[in-house]
Design a protein around this ligand. Structure first.
Ligand SMILES: [Zn+2]
Length: 262
C-alpha cells in the first residue's frame, strides 16, 4: 500500500452544493503510514509514527487547499462543545467532542474509527460544526446540543442547517450488550427506533444504528430531515477503505472528517 494509492474522499452531495464551503470524509488511502496504519492515518495517538501522521495531515491539507492547522479536539466521549476562534495549534488541544465556528479558513477536524462524525453547515449566518458521536456522545445527545449552541451563538435558524454524517460502524456490525442498552435507554426514547434486537446464544444483545438515532436527534433540534445526509459505508465492513476500532483493535488508525468555511 503506502504512498502509491491515490487519495480518496467521501463527500456529502448535500454539502457539495454550497460554494464557499470545503468538506471531506477521508478514507485510509493516499497516505504514507505503514501497516497496520496504512496509509492515511491522521491520529498521533494511535501508535503510528509522528512523522507519518504529520506528513499525512500535510497531504490532506494540500489536497483540500487548506493553509492553516486543523482544529483537532482531544475527544473524550463527553458532550463539551468548543467555539473555535483561531486555527488549531500543535500544542493546545481541547477536551471536547464538538466544535463550532463562524470564522472562514478555520478547518475543523474530527477523528474516528467506527464512531459517527457529523458535519453541520448553516446557510443562514454562515457557520459550521463538527461532532464526534459514539454511543456515549449519542446518549448525551451531543448533536442536538451542538445545534442548540449554534442557534444561540450565531443567531441562526435550524431550518437552514445541513448535516452530513460520515462513515461509521453500521447496524450490520455494531452489536452492543445490555450495559450499553440500559444506559442508553434511560437517556432517550429514540433508542428503540435505532436498534434491532439480536438475541444471541440466549443472551440479549442489540444492533445499534448511530446514524438513525443521530438523525432523529437532529430532527428534534429543528433540522429538516431533507437536509440530513448519510454515507452508505460501514467502517467495519469496508476494510480497504476505512479504519475500524472494533475490527482492528488498538492498532487501528483514524480517518478524518473535515469542514471549513472559505
Ligand atoms: Zn458492517
Amino acid at each position: 500500500m503506502g504512498g502509491k494509492e491515490r487519495l480518496q474522499f467521501v463527500r456529502s452531495p448535500l454539502l457539495e452544493r454550497f460554494s464557499g464551503l470545503t468538506h471531506a470524509f477521508t478514507t485510509r488511502s493516499g497516505g504514507i503510514s505503514c501497516p497496520p496504519y496504512d496509509s492515511l492515518n491522521l491520529s498521533a495517538r494511535s501508535g503510528d509514527t509522528e512523522f507519518s501522521v504529520e506528513k499525512n495531515r500535510q497531504i490532506l491539507s494540500d489536497a483540500l487547499s487548506i493553509k492553516r492547522n486543523f482544529f483537532f479536539l482531544n475527544q473524550v466521549h463527553g458532550d463539551s462543545i468548543v467555539v473555535a476562534e483561531d486555527a488549531g495549534s500543535q500544542r493546545k488541544s481541547y477536551s471536547a467532542d464538538a466544535v463550532i465556528t463562524a470564522k472562514p479558513e478555520l478547518p475543523l477536524a474530527i477523528l474516528t474509527a467506527d464512531c459517527l462524525s457529523i458535519l453541520l453547515f448553516s446557510a443562514d449566518n454562515r457557520s459550521i460544526g463538527a461532532i464526534h458521536a459514539g454511543w456515549r456522545g449519542t446518549a448525551l445527545n451531543i448533536v442536538g446540543q451542538t445545534v442548540n449552541r449554534m442557534i444561540s451563538r450565531f443567531n441562526i435558524n435550524p431550518a437552514y442547517i445541513y448535516a452530513a454524517m460520515g462513515p461509521s460502524i453500521g447496524p450490520c456490525c455494531y452489536e452492543v450488550d445490555s450495559t450499553v442498552y440500559e444506559q442508553f435507554h434511560k437517556s432517550s426514547s429514540l433508542w428503540d427506533e435505532g436498534s434491532l434486537n439480536a438475541d444471541r446464544d440466549g443472551e440479549r444483545r442489540w444492533m445499534l444504528d448511530l446514524a438513525v438515532i443521530n438523525s432523529l436527534q437532529l430532527e428534534e433540534a429543528g433540522v429538516d430531515p431533507e437536509h440530513i445526509s448519510h454515507t452508505p459505508y460501514c467502517t467495519s465492513c469496508n476494510e480497504n477503505l476505512f479504519y475500524s476500532y472494533r475490527r482492528d483493535g488498538i492498532s487501528s488508525g483514524r480517518q478524518g472528517s473535515i469542514i471549513m468555511l472559505t
